[in-house]
Design a protein around this ligand. Structure first.
Ligand SMILES: [Ca+2]
Ligand SMILES: [Ca+2]
Length: 214
């Protein structure tokens, strides 16, 4: 229900006691009024309308500020990331730039309201594989996952939950020179590979999982 209809309903509900009871307010009506408890219904509707009053109730000046901010965020997003994938009500983006550490990559993702992309099931994994394949100019893409706390036990950095999907490139994970972070590697079937958590190559990119914003 939109706010226009709520406003109309509020006007109607406010008038309802007079409609029901008339000008002389007979005794039957008086005795029924507490049971109707119109005031609490009206209070309830007013509360609901307040909850709906987020963007609609802003002044034009405030709406323009919100639009300008959205444009700025979109411009910065386009500067930093390739065109996104929308999947299962989430937005995934792969960076155009490299990163100095997995922590720094996570900080980028957090700044946009998300986190390093977490593969929660095989369908999401397949969608992210296709996304990496279809994004030009990227090969090694950092996603969520680390075995830093215990070699060979892979968890998400954010939740510390065990990774439910592990699907390695041939010969991986090899932990070569200590590799405790996770990538998808396009050159080797876009499967998983363990890599160092710090900067090793200007070719590395990272993928964020963000809330989908309309
Ligand atoms: Ca390792
Ligand atoms: Ca490796």
């Amino acid at each position: 229900m939109n706010s226009v209809w709520i406003s109309r309903l509020l006007v109607f509900m406010s008038a309802l006691p007079r409609v029901l009871c008339g000008a002389d307010s007979n005794s039957l009506c008086k005795s029924n009024r507490p049971e109707l408890d119109l005031q609490s219904v009206i209070d309830n509707l007013i509360q609901q309308q307040r909850k709906l009053c987020t963007y609609q109730c802003l002044t034009n000046e405030e709406k323009n500020s919100v639009k300008a901010l959205k444009n700025q965020v979109e411009n910065v997003t386009n500067l930093l990331f390739h065109p996104p994938l929308i999947y299962n009500n989430k937005k995934y983006v792969i960076s155009k730039v490299t990163y100095q550490s997995s922590d720094e990559a996570m900080t980028y993702c957090t700044a946009f309201g998300g986190y390093l992309a977490e593969v929660d099931d095989k369908n999401e994994y397949a969608a992210l594989q296709k996304f990496v394949v279809s994004t030009p100019g990227v090969d090694m893409v950092l996603i969520a996952g680390t075995d830093a706390s215990k070699e060979g036990t892979w968890k998400f950095q954010r939740t510390l939950a065990p990774m439910p999907v592990l699907d390695w490139c041939a010969g991986q994970p090899d932990d070569r020179n200590v590799e405790d972070c996770m990538t998808l590697w396009k050159s080797y079937g876009t499967k998983m590979n363990d890599i160092g958590c710090d900067f090793r190559s200007a070719d590395y990119r990272f993928m964020c999982e963000l809330p989908k914003v309309n």
